[in-house]
Design a protein around this ligand. Structure first.
Ligand SMILES: Nc1ncnc2c1ncn2[C@@H]1O[C@H](COP(=O)(O)OP(=O)(O)O)[C@@H](O)[C@H]1O
Ligand SMILES: [Mg+2]
Length: 259
């Protein structure tokens, strides 16, 4: 099953991607966490891992990666593996691993004026579409903020879009927009309300389709503090178990996530 974590910048995508990955890994799933946000520098740190070279860097930087992709496409082959690929096909020097979670970083912007990140979007799309998975495997993609990645078609390879919604009007607007795009491409869309308390939760529930809210994650001081200090996220706030429960159940329905 391939899950895209979407939403506004700062809504908590990376935080919830890491916490959900951790909770699912504890349940025995093998997790591939894909860092597809070219401007977010902190995902490895939230997992307690050191920064590492991205796939794009390994392929010779953005230009090198783009050229390799163009050549590969013109030969009718995807760039990452020249066939449908599986978890265990990823070369060990392309990912970092911790507690049953593999972290794969697509690429980052390094220099002023280096141009757009289309090559990275293309790579995420190819990678996801060609990945064949077993029942006990889950991919969680931490996408960049907003909807540019959807414009690039990154979502095509995903089964489920989880929209993280924080208590701001912009976040509601974006959540509805993502919902609209997701439904047009036939993707399941669900909402996770983040940084809530009882009052805020009530106010937020009316802003998106209530029936598709799968979890409410309270504003949790320890999460905020750990992230502020550059520490890994160790605790598991209330509500994360509802995300895991939903994923478990979603996977168990025949025809939902076949892979
Ligand atoms: N449930 C939460 N409780 C407290 N702080 C949170 C929570 N979720 C996210 N944060 C904080 O909000 C900020 C943005 O989170 P982040 O995951 O980086 O957002 P995004 O990836 O969507 O840009 C960080 O400081 C993070 O620690
Ligand atoms: Mg992020």
């Amino acid at each position: 099953m391939k899950i895209l974590i979407c939403g506004k910048g700062g809504s908590g995508k990376s935080t919830l991607a890491v916490l959900t990955a951790g909770a699912l890994a504890k349940k025995g799933y093998r997790i591939l966490l894909v860092d597809a946000d070219e401007s977010n520098l902190g995902l490895a740190r939230l997992l307690g891992l050191a920064d590492t070279e991205s796939i794009s860097d390994k392929l010779g930087g953005k230009k090198g990666a783009k050229n390799k992709m163009m050549t590969a496409f013109s030969n009718g082959m995807p760039v990452f593996m020249n066939k449908k690929w599986r978890f265990d096909d990823i070369p060990p020097d392309f990912y970092q691993e911790k507690d049953n979670i593999r972290l794969l970083t697509i690429g980052k912007i390094h220099h002023f004026g280096e141009g757009c990140a289309c090559a990275m979007g293309g790579m995420s799309k190819t990678l996801l579409s060609n990945l064949h998975m077993e029942k006990d495997e889950i991919v969680i993609v931490d996408t960049e903020a907003g909807i540019e990645h959807l414009g690039r078609g990154v979502g095509a390879g995903g089964d489920l879009m989880l929209v993280v919604v924080d208590p701001s009007y912009d976040s509601f607007l974006l959540a509805r927009k993502i919902d609209e795009i997701g439904r047009r491409i036939d993707k399941s869309v669900r909402f996770v309300l983040n940084k809530t308390d009882a009052e805020v939760e009530e106010l937020m529930c009316g802003q998106v389709d209530r029936k598709r809210i799968i979890a409410c994650i309270p504003e949790t001081r320890s999460v905020f503090r750990d992230a502020l200090l550059g520490k890994s996220l160790e605790g598991c706030p209330r509500g994360i178990e509802h995300i895991c429960g939903f994923i478990d159940q979603y996977k168990s329905v025949p025809g939902n996530a076949v892979q």
